[in-house]
Ligand binder design. Structure first.
Ligand code: RUB
Length: 326
């Protein structure tokens, strides 16, 4: 069975982080499934499902932490499978895949816009906001704040080892927001100057814990100590239904050479590097989660999970769990 080059290309772009950020990753994976459905030469429904299933497997293996990726793949595949159960028409199943992919991409873009509107209303004129890494949802909130005539100042951590904070600084400066970049280790030192912390999300667990770029939990701790409110901007497809069943979210570990160049590390006998890419911020340190359906406290995540994934009753969830982790 051949996998369309476009799918392999998108999978590689996600794996190598040319496409990065949880929302973008999910949309790219769903676009890949749509392309696979459009290009398929399958003669039977079973063949088409098998091809899409293979593509889903490749896409799910790219990066393990952002739950938006399996949620996006599952959004499409659950609709493909339920159509395939009642139809022998390949075109009907292909159309179900394309329509589901288009709907996911549309809904996810709308969710980011809505988070921007909701989040911007919460921020007062003149606030100083600390952010970490680069998040499109956070950017949308801040963009809307200035669009509504309020002024904000941002303190952006540089976000070692890949420096996504530089990108954040560049993007914010392009919309006229003054930004101060700090090294990650300066977050606690700078906290007295901060009115609010706002970060993105790769996943939110059923207990309200946040999984986001490594270092987020230390910033949350420093914010808690200084009584600075800590918020995350997270579309609801970043909520993890599996955590309702007690599953843990996998934390990606990346190459040590992102931290110390290969040649240098090899010359340092007895030195090893760990490079976890994400960490978990416990719910106690989170004041609110800004979603497209409104702002919820961490303990409100369970109800939101039921509301969003209500179609996924326990047995259905287990059935489609295959699109979560292979
Ligand atoms: C990106 C990161 C972002 C979230 C949210 O990590 O941690 O905060 O993915 O981003 P990486 P968005 O650079 O390793 O992908 O709001 O754009 O979905």
């Amino acid at each position: 069975m051949s996998v369309p080059p476009k799918v392999l290309e998108i999978a590689e772009a996600i794996r190598t982080m040319r496409v990065r950020g949880a929302g973008r990753i999910a949309r790219a994976a769903v676009e890949a499934l749509m392309e696979a459905a459009k290009q398929s030469k399958a003669k039977t429904v079973d063949q088409l499902v098998e091809e899409l299933d293979r593509c889903a497997e490749i896409l799910l293996a790219t990066r393990p932490t952002a739950v938006s990726l399996p949620n996006g793949v599952r959004y499409v595949m659950s609709r493909v499978l339920s159509t395939a159960e009642s139809s022998t028409d390949v075109e009907e199943v292909r159309e179900a895949a394309v329509k589901a992919a288009e709907a996911f991409i549309r809904e996810s873009k709308t969710a980011v816009k809505r988070i921007g509107e909701i989040g911007a209303r919460m921020i007062s004129d003149g606030e100083t906001i600390m952010t970490h890494c680069q998040s499109s949802a956070v950017f949308e909130v801040l963009r809307r704040v200035v669009e509504s005539g309020k002024s904000v100042r941002v303190i952006a951590t540089e976000t070692r080892p890949l420096y996504q904070g530089r990108l954040t600084a560049k993007l914010l400066s392009e919309v006229g927001i003054p930004v101060t970049v700090i090294v990650d280790g300066a977050a606690r030192y700078m906290m007295p100057d901060v009115d609010r912390v706002l970060v993105g999300a790769d996943a939110v667990a059923a207990n309200g814990a946040l999984v986001n770029k490594i270092g987020t939990s230390m910033i949350a701790l420093a914010a808690y100590e200084a009584r600075v409110p800590f918020f995350t901007a997270a579309e609801t497809y970043k909520l993890s239904p599996e955590t309702m069943l007690g599953e843990l979210i996998l934390i990606e570990e990346r190459s040590p050479y992102e931290v110390i160049p290969e040649e240098m590390l090899k010359s340092m006998k007895g030195v090893s590097v760990r490079n976890p890419s994400f960490d978990v911020t416990p719910p106690e340190y989170i004041d609110g989660i800004i979603t497209e359906r409104g702002v919820v406290p961490p303990h409100g995540v369970v109800s939101l999970l039921y509301e969003v994934f209500g179609w996924m009753k326990a047995d259905t969830l287990l059935r489609y769990q295959t699109y979560y982790r292979r």
